[in-house]
Design a protein around this ligand. Sequence first.
Ligand code: ATP
Length: 219
Amino acid sequence: MANDSMKIPQATAKRLPLYYRFLKNLHTSGKQRVSSAELSEAVKVDSATIRRDFSYFGALGKKGYGYNVNYLISFFRKTLDQDELTQVALIGVGNLGTAFLNYNFLKNNNTKIVCAFDVDPEKMGTMIREVPVYHLDELEKVLFDADIAVAILTVPAPAAQMITDRLVKADVKAILNFTPARLNVPPSIRVHHIDLAVELQSLIYFLKHYPTVEVEEEE
Ligand code: ATP
């Protein structure tokens, strides 16, 4: 990311890809400008948050005009490094891992899983949607050769920390952790944790205890 984007708060940064995807659709359909109300409706973020987020990008919406779609798209492309392809490794070619390989973020032309690893001999040497599956023994070599800094972890929880330690040693800087394990990493490594079972439970809890949805202003 560009240095000046570092000043953007993390909660705002997390919404960037969402805004970007929607703005690209607007652009494709020929729209030149968009109001915060329209954006709010489409991405389900309240318009006060959108206005504050956009003020960090130097995009000040004009009353009665809204935001310039082209300006925002070029800002996002630069900030999100959209011009550069980020190659990603996936470890654990089980049900979830295989689903990611099949999906492979194809609508997102800047990120791509380019290699996968497993310990199951049956999976070794296979290709899933053109992505080769290697033995875990080859992890360091393949990551080093392809200069990969991002990994998705879809292994059983007990294997997660050991693999994480190897990823860190292999110079991986960011891990998307789909296992229930909480990972210990040095402060320079970024881990985003997505526990699908917990997310689903929390959704059901909210459904039961807070049946009406209130729009919350985020950080
Ligand atoms: P499946 O039904 O294919 O086993 P699953 O998602 O239910 O899928 P898990 O037990 O969660 O299976 O394992 C996910 C994948 O991680 C499997 O393909 C398994 O072979 C692989 N795996 C297990 N241990 C390791 C390890 N130490 N390193 C890499 N991959 C591993």
